[in-house]
Every structure is written in structure tokens, then in C-alpha cells.
Design a protein. Structure first.
Length: 81
């Protein structure tokens, strides 16, 4: 599970066994988890985050989208973006 980015209490990462899915990132904080697609940025899955916090995460993903896509493409190859 390569960690791509840390912002405060949030860890942004992807699983190394998910190369056949479109580019996305998982975000964890404590026992909470979310998955966001990167092209376009949108929520794919949520486990426990409030709507307010999901909006904050969406903004963070948008702000760091280029870095996240670059990390995805470096790891899996340029297949999405």
C-alpha cells in the first residue's frame, strides 16, 4: 500500500493490487476510510466520514490531483488521467 501523501491526520494511498481500476486514491483517518476517483474527482466509497469531512477530502483531492495522478501513473503506468 504505497502512501502517496499525508495531510494532517489523513493518509492518501493506493493498493498495489488495483491496477485494473481507473485511477483513484484511498484516504484514511483513524478507523474512517474513503475512496475517490481522480478523473474526474468524485467519491467512490465512504466508510464513516461525515458529509462535511467528505467535502474537505474532495477539496484536498482536487488540490493534490496532479500529484496523486503522477504517483498512480508512476506506479501502474500511464493508463488513466
Amino acid at each position: 500500500m504505497p502512501t502517496v501523501l499525508r495531510v494532517n491526520a489523513y493518509r492518501f494511498y493506493f493498493y498495489s493490487h488495483e491496477p485494473n481500476e481507473p485511477a483513484h486514491v484511498h484516504i484514511d483517518r483513524d478507523e474512517l476510510s474513503a475512496k475517490f476517483w481522480l478523473s474526474p474527482v468524485s467519491l467512490a466509497k465512504n466508510i464513516g466520514f461525515s458529509a462535511k469531512e467528505l467535502r474537505k477530502l474532495n477539496t484536498l483531492v482536487e488540490q493534490h490531483r496532479e500529484t496523486l495522478l503522477e504517483a498512480w501513473n508512476d506506479y501502474f503506468g500511464d493508463s488513466d488521467g
